[in-house]
Design a protein around this ligand. Structure first.
Ligand SMILES: Nc1ncnc2c1ncn2[C@@H]1O[C@H](COP(=O)(O)OP(=O)(O)OP(=O)(O)O)[C@@H](O)[C@H]1O
Ligand SMILES: [Mg+2]
Length: 147
């Protein structure tokens, strides 16, 4: 993908899941999707819709006691939430490698801490912003760097 991000409006969690599903249809093994937005913006909700589209039948919730979860869809999927991972440099360098490989589609919430390690990956980006009540503005595009 290149150029300006494509934007969409969502009026409900269901619509955000549907937008996640639409995104998923474009994804290929090895793609890494950086999902940005404030707490409660709907990152996990969008990823849930994407995972359903990719054939995941088990519940898709935020990773809690681990930085990531793996799901078996039609292709392998990983879902990372790096919110609590303060300093990746202090961690085992292989920490992320367990979740990122050429066969897997990976979704990353709060990706900033990992971005220096992702330069050689096929990156996509989703930005979700609150737009009042249950409305959200969602931008899809190529990754544009750290925030
Ligand atoms: N349009 C919408 N899109 C997505 N979620 C919505 C929308 N309207 C309301 N919600 C609600 O907002 C919440 C979003 O939670 P979610 O866990 O997806 O956010 P998150 O961005 O992953 O947060 P965190 O940073 O804490 O992981 C859910 O309770 C969802 O039902
Ligand atoms: Mg989340």
């Amino acid at each position: 993908m290149s150029g300006a991000p494509e934007t969409a409006e969502s009026a409900s969690a269901e619509e955000t899941e549907a937008l996640g599903a639409r995104l998923a249809r474009e994804l290929r093994p090895g793609d890494v999707v950086l999902v940005r937005g404030e707490l409660g913006a709907g990152k996990t909700t969008l990823i849930r819709g994407a995972c359903r589209e990719l054939g995941v039948e088990s519940p898709v919730t935020s990773p809690t006691f681990t930085i990531g979860l793996r799901y078996a869809g039609r292709i392998p999927i990983s879902h990372l939430d790096l919110y609590r991972l303060g300093d990746l440099a202090a961690e085992d360098p292989a920490l992320l490698d367990d979740y990122l490989d050429p066969a897997t589609v990976a979704f990353l919430e709060w990706p900033a801490v990992a971005e220096p390690r992702l330069a050689d990956r096929s990156l996509r980006e989703v930005r979700i912003e609150h737009a009042g009540g249950e409305r959200r503005r969602i931008a899809f595009g190529a990754a544009t760097g750290r925030e």
